[in-house]
Design a protein around this ligand. Structure first.
Ligand code: NAP
Ligand code: MG
Length: 482
């Protein structure tokens, strides 16, 4: 499929979605296909007025939405999931066109979004509370959960389908209304998702989308007095700003932030298993995943063989436009490519060695998957989130040194260990200071399991699964006496 024909198939009206209406603006910002450099759409560059209108629509819609029966909310979510399946090719083409990931991964993302919506449809009927013993006679004591109100959902570009879904679906299940601020680079998937929700029968105003810049629309949303909670996925630096602003307003945040995820490969690891898991977890989405493995901590006894095998696998990966059948697509932008290339130059200047051989890639924001050996824990490439197809190997003497290196990070999202020894695996897993730990497994998560991180990787209730109710509802305590 060519990019042009994919674009014709997408056909997404580029205006904001406010109160069930599509609203364009004279002031626009371009959406650029990283594979071609072409502008594929111009979306509104909104400001305070559009934020005010969207929040007003969401606030107005909230009481009636909260009063619907949970079964009605579940039914709408089920229809939405069905419409995602019917429109899977359009959604996948939109994701690939606006942020570059390969079509196979975009289709996988649609599938994952559908599964998460289906779980949340059931969740509308599973939101729970507690009953507690009462010390007073004839008094019933219990907790119940009520909607938070109108929630801001601020999403990144790297998962343009799953990120909005992961916030919208639990909000709808809980009876909340939503204003979505999609990333500047990838607003089209969010617009199409909300059009499909409208087709699924969602009342006007329950979910709204305002396109624009983070510093304008995102900031205005977080500071809007009628926004009662902010769910944000993105970089740690923006997460800190949002957390401070929300802290002043005393509203809850759910922050899903960056990572510097390490895989430890112990002396006895099954390399036939470890290598493909590490290659996939480091390269998917061109390394632009919060849970990407970006550090490999290698036991010195197997380090040479492990490095040779990963480098060989990397050199076989094909690189090109996401619409071709390649393994690795472009970075999201030329700026992103420059940033990753600067990390590589810096690492080499600090003493790291490039092991992979291939350097030629198509012209555009492409980089060859690159494996770095002789990285030490103090190097910038071992400490900062590179967000590209770059994997840094740190050699260690034993599992004790490995856990110290792994935990020597401000981040704490996910981590893996590869070993045949269950005692080593459990000791490492218990000591690793991350939100998620994987044993003999990359870092991919599942669609019904809580997801989140420690330290600079996240704050507030985890997303996905039953944990979502902790953010999207408020607890109310009831004492009932006759
Ligand atoms: P980003 O630059 O932090 O942007 C995320 C979102 O925040 C975008 O919609 C952005 O708008 C908006 N924003 C920017 N400044 C803002 C402000 N002052 N107030 C309110 N909103 C603001 O992150 P990104 O580059 O899109 O995404 C990559 C990052 O996301 C990586 O660090 C990655 O690890 C992280 N991530 C984490 C998870 C997770 O679940 N832990 C998942 C995926 C990605 P603009 O686009 O207009 O700037
Ligand atoms: Mg950005």
């Amino acid at each position: 499929m060519t990019i042009e024909s994919a674009l014709l198939d997408i056909a997404i009206a580029p205006g904001n979605r406010i109160g069930g209406a599509r609203a364009t603006l004279d002031r626009t910002q371009p959406v650029v296909d990283p594979a071609t450099g072409n502008t594929i759409a111009d979306v509104p560059r909104s400001g305070q007025a559009e934020v005010n209108a969207a929040v007003a629509a969401a606030v107005a819609a909230q009481p009636a939405w909260a009063a619907t029966s949970p079964q009605q909310r579940a039914d709408i979510l089920d229809r939405w999931a069905k419409l995602l399946a019917d429109n899977a090719d359009r959604l996948a083409a939109a994701a690939t066109a606006e942020m570059g990931k390969i079509l196979k991964e975009s289709k996988g993302e649609v599938g994952r979004a559908i599964t998460e919506i289906r779980f949340m449809s059931g969740e509308a009927l599973r939101i729970d509370g507690q009953t507690l013993p009462s010390v007073r006679p004839d008094t019933l004591v219990y907790t119940t959960r009520v909607p938070v109100g109108t929630v801001a959902a601020i999403t990144p570009w790297n998962f343009p389908i799953v990120s909005p879904v992961r916030k919208i679906a639990p909000a709808l299940a809980a009876g909340d209304t939503v204003v979505v601020k999609p990333a500047e680079q990838s607003p089209l998937c969010a617009l199409l998702l909300v059009d499909l929700l409208q087709e699924a029968g969602l009342p006007d105003g329950v979910v709204n989308v305002v396109c624009g810049r983070g510093s304008e629309v995102g900031d205005a949303l977080v500071n809007h007095p009628d926004i009662k909670a902010v769910s944000f996925t993105g970089s740690t630096s923006v997460g800190r700003q949002i957390s401070s602003a929300a802290g002043l307003r005393l509203i809850p945040v759910q922050l899903e932030l960056g990572g510097k995820n390490a895989a430890y490969v112990d002396a006895d690891a099954d390399l036939d298993r470890a290598v493909p898991e590490i290659v996939a977890a480091s390269i998917q989405a061109t390394g632009q995943r919060c849970t990407a493995i970006s550090r490999v901590i290698a036991h010195e006894s197997i380090a040479d063989e492990l490095i040779t095998r990963i480098a060989e696998a990397y050199d076989l990966l094909t690189v090109g436009p996401g619409t071709d059948s390649v393994d690795v697509g472009p970075l999201v932008s030329e700026d992103a490519r420059k940033s990753v290339a600067a990390y590589l130059d810096g690492a080499i200047a600090e003493g790291a060695e490039v092991v992979t051989k291939r350097t030629e890639v198509p012209s555009g924001p492409y980089l060859a998957p690159t494996l770095l050996d002789r990285v030490t824990p103090d190097m910038t490439v071992a400490r900062e989130e590179v967000f590209g197809p770059v994997l840094a190997v740190i050699r260690v003497a034993d599992a004790g040194e490995a856990i110290r290196v792994a935990n020597d990070s401000e981040y704490g999202l996910a981590g893996s260990i590869f070993t045949r020894d269950i005692a080593t695996a459990l000791r490492y897993a218990n000591q690793l200071d991350t939100g998620m730990v994987h044993v003999n497994h990359g870092t991919s998560s599942q669609a019904h399991v809580p997801f989140g991180g420690a330290g600079a990787s996240g704050l507030g209730p985890y997303s996905i699964g039953h944990a979502a109710q902790d953010f999207f509802t408020k607890v109310k305590v009831m004492y009932v006496s006759s």
